[in-house]
Design a protein. Structure first.
Length: 135
């Protein structure tokens, strides 16, 4: 799904991701929903803040591989600069988003897309039991 490269677009993407997870059987307050939604929030925030090209949208894709127990997140923007994980100083307000993604996701990375820009992806292992569709 495409969203405007604005804070409002990022907020809508985050809310729709959480809703999709709920429809897949991961309730709003579950560990899986909370973790995936936080990763979505970080990646779409980066797309809006650092990957924004005026007049261009960003896209969010979620997929669920129940067999592997994985939710995959992909955020695509049209800015050519690749994200870099860095360690900000204690006095810096930002720069910790990809550190959070690295800590919460099972795996993540970046790949080129057809046309200008890139796709940042992350995968999260879903929590079985009372947290998801196997409850």
């Amino acid at each position: 799904m495409s969203f405007t490269s604005t804070p409002r677009g990022a907020r809508l993407a985050r809310k729709l991701a959480s809703h999709r997870l709920d429809t897949w059987g991961y309730p709003y307050e579950s560990d899986t929903n909370t973790t995936v939604t936080l990763i979505v929030a970080e990646l779409v925030s980066n797309a809006v803040t650092h990957g924004r090209v005026p007049g261009r949208d960003f896209a969010l894709s979620l997929s669920h591989d129940e067999g592997r127990g994985v939710v995959r997140i992909e955020v695509t923007d049209t800015h050519p600069v690749l994200p870099t994980r860095r360690t900000p100083g204690t006095d810096e307000d930002g720069g910790r988003g990809l550190l959070l993604v690295d800590a919460l996701a099972t795996d993540w990375g970046v790949h080129d897309r057809l046309g200008p820009g890139k796709t940042v992806w992350a995968e999260c292992t879903t929590t079985l039991g009372s947290d998801g569709p196997h409850a």
